[in-house]
Design a protein around this ligand. Structure first.
Ligand code: SF4
Ligand code: SF4
Length: 390
């Protein structure tokens, strides 16, 4: 998937979740990018939103149903009928979990309104990826494997581990359920994990029609992808190139040094520099929020310098670490089930209340516990020595 031409990203101002407004924006974007939806007639179309966990649309963790509806209506008007919406949220990939996520995120009502199908098939396939620079095989959920056309409809969010949750990171939801935790354990640092995500994205695009769209009407700032706060941005981005879309999105929210973009650049998928991307439509400066909070303890640049000094040996010790707020923790055990290295357990306090406890020595700093805690009870804390030095 070497991209020789300057990649194009279409950018539009979009002030609210209004289906007609977003439909008009997407129609214009598809026309500008030379995407003719009628050519997808008769093909298996997959819409892959970001449904990271059971959250209502106004939480800004999941792709908004109004944005998805706009795309679906355009596809239907173009004569496309074979449309399925699928994702593998965090946690177990089972029908009951999919149902509760679809219900809470507004997907169930969306499917009823538009007549598209929601995926309940929880089987997956092992696929080989010989072209991968880092990961030579993946387990992929069946609707992704079978799709001929994929709309990667992501959300623009900060991310405690990867700094950005955009089009490339959204495709991690192609990996079934708790196998995602296993991949966190296998690729236990952000550089390797991002290299894997880059390969996964390239695999998903290969041999398929692929369009990336980003719902950035409301994004998420702070402790994304789930524990942050909704942030109004007022934008929709569209591109055939998810790396270019992410490069523009990252620039807009001030996320620097995103490893998936850097890896994508190294592999020739796009340039990480904004001047090497053609932006159609709105001036990005006009849509860049004046302020955008980065995740707590996000010190990658500083740690990289530190890593050079220490030869990388002690970096994990200095990395921001997760801490449980016992006042907020209700002992639901979600983090225990999500931790890829099983370093969290529930313990009983003197008052009989069960709370989560982390064994920090074996923690790999993947931040899955923060991502999947439904009660925002996990905070990412900077190492105090780093705070003093910084
Ligand atoms: S930290 Fe969150 S996910 Fe873990 S047990 Fe407590 S409330 Fe549940
Ligand atoms: S404790 Fe949290 S950050 Fe540490 S390995 Fe487990 S899930 Fe990842």
């Amino acid at each position: 998937m070497i991209m020789n031409d300057k990649p194009i990203v279409a950018l539009a101002r979009c002030e609210r979740y209004d289906v007609s407004l977003i439909k008009a924006i997407l129609r214009e974007h598809f026309s500008a990018l030379g995407i003719d939806l009628t050519t997808y007639r008769g093909k298996k179309i997959l819409i892959k939103p970001n449904l990271v966990m059971k959250k209502a649309p106004d939480g800004a963790a999941t792709t908004h149903p109004a944005a998805l509806e706009a795309l679906i209506l355009l596809l239907k008007e173009a004569g496309c009928e074979n449309i399925c919406l699928a994702d593998s949220p965090g946690g177990q990939y089972v029908e009951a979990r999919l149902r509760s996520v679809y219900r809470e995120s507004g997907m169930e009502e969306l499917a009823e309104r538009t007549g598209i199908s929601l995926n309940y098939d929880t089987t997956f396939l092992e696929v080989s990826n010989p072209e991968g620079s880092f990961s030579k095989s993946f387990n992929i959920i069946r609707p992704v494997y079978e799709a001929e056309v994929i709309f990667d409809f992501c959300k623009l969010k900060s991310h405690s581990l990867t700094r950005l949750s955009g089009a490339v990171k959204n495709l991690f939801g192609c990996v079934p359920g708790i196998q995602k935790f296993e991949m966190h354990a296998r690729f236990d640092n952000v550089t390797d994990f991002s290299a894997m995500l880059t390969d996964l994205c390239a695999y998903v695009m290969r041999g398929r029609e692929f369009v990336a769209i980003c719902d950035a009407v409301y994004g998420m700032e702070g402790n994304g992808p789930t524990a942050g706060e909704p942030k109004y941005i007022g934008a929709i981005l569209t591109s055939r190139n998810p790396f270019a879309l992410d490069a523009l999105g990252a620039w807009m929210i001030g996320a620097e040094g995103v490893d998936t973009i850097l890896k994508g650049e190294e592999l020739g998928y796009c340039s990480a520099k904004l001047e090497d991307i053609t932006v159609l439509g709105e001036d990005p400066e006009a849509l860049k929020p004046a302020e955008f909070k980065q995740p707590e303890g996000c010190e990658k640049k500083f740690l990289n310098n530190f890593s050079n000094i220490l030869g990388g040996r002690l970096v994990k010790f200095f990395q921001p670490h997760p801490e449980i707020n016992h006042k907020k923790c209700v002992g639901c055990g979600e983090c225990v089930r999500s931790c890829p290295v099983k370093t969290i357990q529930l313990v009983e306090k003197k008052n009989g209340k069960k709370v989560a406890k982390i064994e920090h020595l074996t923690c790999i700093r993947c931040y899955c516990c923060q991502e999947l805690c439904p009660f925002k009870a996990v905070k990412i804390k900077k190492n105090p020595i780093i705070t003093l030095l910084h």
